[in-house]
Design a protein around this ligand. Structure first.
Ligand code: SAH
Length: 472
């Protein structure tokens, strides 16, 4: 971050704008909106500045810039069309440690003025740090259309009601829930849109006495790694969470999208200690929900595919805790898509089977005879350490030794690796790999050489920003 964004109180502070042309007018206009005490200095000023002076909105010094003009100022804007003067002002202001902005000269500025979406008291500021002003403007235009006008009234009325809410609901987490419920409510929005402020206030009061919702758990599949594969629902719930219990498989980029004030807790499975960890996790989910918290249980891929999501939900049902489930993109879908391997294809595979290489000690053995039938795709989760077993079981049961296989390591992430070979080599292929690896066995793997498209080393990252995706 080259510039630190802050919103500063400028009301009645003395600001100097040097220059009397159109650019000065634009800056003055913005400063006035925030109530600054403005002095404009220029030998000649345009009419709109003169009018503002006539209305006592600002003071004009009809003169060229002199050093003493910045004496008692807090902020200076150099908007003349003469570079040397602008540079001189910047240097002087820097010496006196004043905030200075030189129009179109980012290198001389100690502050820059962002693009603004003004729904006061909601104000959104966008800056590209002087790198791409047109892009910043496009983002602003997009936000202008996204943020309805009544959002200003909503923020204002909420400000007035805050104290009352604090009196009635003493617990912070429950207060947040109240506001979330209120802001997500279409009735309030439509009252405000119509300008029916009194009715809106009555509505807020009526909801204040309603019973506040209990805590609940959202079991969310976070997908295989690339954060842009999260569902919108997942993102929404992550943004509302009080606490997030996440698995080791969930990437840092995804955790960065969780509400900033939420507590983050890793409940990654410690090797060899699964059962203890799992039962403690289940217990914590119940406890946090019973404290009235919005709990997010975040798992890699999809929670219902080798994710033990079902087991966690059974505990919640038993404890009477409310929950919802948000599906995620499972590793088989994500990895195969990013490796260019269609799991089924009319010419190569008529079915696909997902199995796990890691089962309970007393679990049912896999039906290798059925899994070895040709023209079907076999996807093995947690199979890397069992590659030798998988290879021999499939070969013994008649799968062709030349059947193509793929190992996809850290699929969909920017360090994804895809290694292909044939079944007779499977046990050798994954030698140097570490971390999550998926094995795909079947004729469809051949298509990877033709359909692979995701080459993280050569391709720029696909844009993750939902606004930017559609900007072009
Ligand atoms: N619930 C998860 C699977 C958890 S089991 C899902 O639906 O995807 C963990 C196994 O999933 C790993 O051992 C690996 O085989 C596979 N896996 C998960 N994410 C992966 C990724 N990004 N790349 C490759 N394999 C992955």
């Amino acid at each position: 971050m080259d510039y630190f964004p802050i919103f500063t109180k400028i009301k009645d502070r003395h600001c100097l704008v040097v220059g009397g042309g159109d650019i000065a007018v634009r800056k003055v206009h913005l400063l006035l909106k925030a109530g600054a005490a403005i002095t404009v200095c220029a030998p000649e000023v345009c009419e709109s500045l003169q009018q503002k002076a006539d209305n006592n909105q600002l003071t004009i010094i009809h003169d060229v810039f002199k050093d003493e003009f910045i004496e008692d100022k807090w902020l200076v804007i150099a908007a003349t069309n003469q570079r040397e003067i602008n540079e001189h002002i910047a240097k002087l202001a820097e010496q006196k440690q004043l905030l200075v902005n030189v129009v179109d000269e980012p290198s001389l500025c100690t502050f820059i003025m962002p693009s603004i979406v003004d729904r006061s008291p909601i104000v959104v500021a966008i800056s590209s740090g002087g790198k791409a002003p047109v892009l910043a403007r496009l983002i602003r235009e997009r936000l202008e259309t996204l943020l309805p006008m009544h959002i200003a009234r909503l923020a204002k009325i909420s400000g007035e009601f805050r104290h009352r809410v604090k009196q009635v609901i003493t617990k912070e987490s429950l207060r947040r829930r109240y506001w979330e419920k209120l802001f997500g409510n279409g009735t309030l929005a439509s009252l405000l849109q119509k300008g029916q402020m009194q009715k809106a206030q009555d509505f807020m009061e009526a909801n204040l006495t309603e019973e506040i919702a209990q805590g609940e758990v959202a079991l969310i599949g976070a997908g295989p790694g690339d954060p842009s594969l999260l569902t919108l629902r997942a993102l929404q719930l992550m943004q509302q969470a009080d606490i997030v219990l996440y698995d080791r498989l969930v990437s840092k980029e995804i955790l960065d999208l969780v509400r900033r004030d939420a507590d983050l807790m890793s409940v990654g499975k410690a090797a060899g200690n699964h059962e203890v960890e799992q039962s403690r996790t289940n217990q914590m989910l119940v406890e946090f929900a019973q404290q009235g918290k919005k709990v997010v249980r975040l798992k890699g891929g999809d929670s219902f595919i080798f994710g033990r999501g079902g087991e966690e939900l059974e505990e919640l049902v038993e404890a009477g805790v409310a929950f919802q489930v948000v599906p995620g993109i499972t590793a088989a879908s994500g990895c195969s898509a990013y490796a260019g391997i269609p799991l089924t294809h009319r010419d190569y595979a008529q079915s696909v089977t997902f199995v796990t290489g890691h089962r309970k000690a007393d679990g049912q053995p896999l039906n290798w005879k059925a899994l070895a039938i040709p023209n079907q795709t076999l996807v093995v989760y947690m199979g890397l350490l069992r590659a030798t077993d998988i290879q021999s079981n499939l070969l013994i049961n008649g799968r062709d030794a030349n059947t193509p296989v793929a190992l996809i390591n850290k699929g969909t992430r920017h360090d994804q690796q895809v290694i292909t070979g044939c079944l007779s080599e499977l046990s050798q292929l994954g030698g140097g790999l570490e971390g999550a690896t998926l094995i795909i066995v079947g004729e469809v793997v051949e298509l990877a050489s033709k359909l692979a498209w995701f080459e993280p080393d050569n391709n720029p990252k696909p844009s993750r920003d939902p606004f930017l995706v559609n900007l072009s």
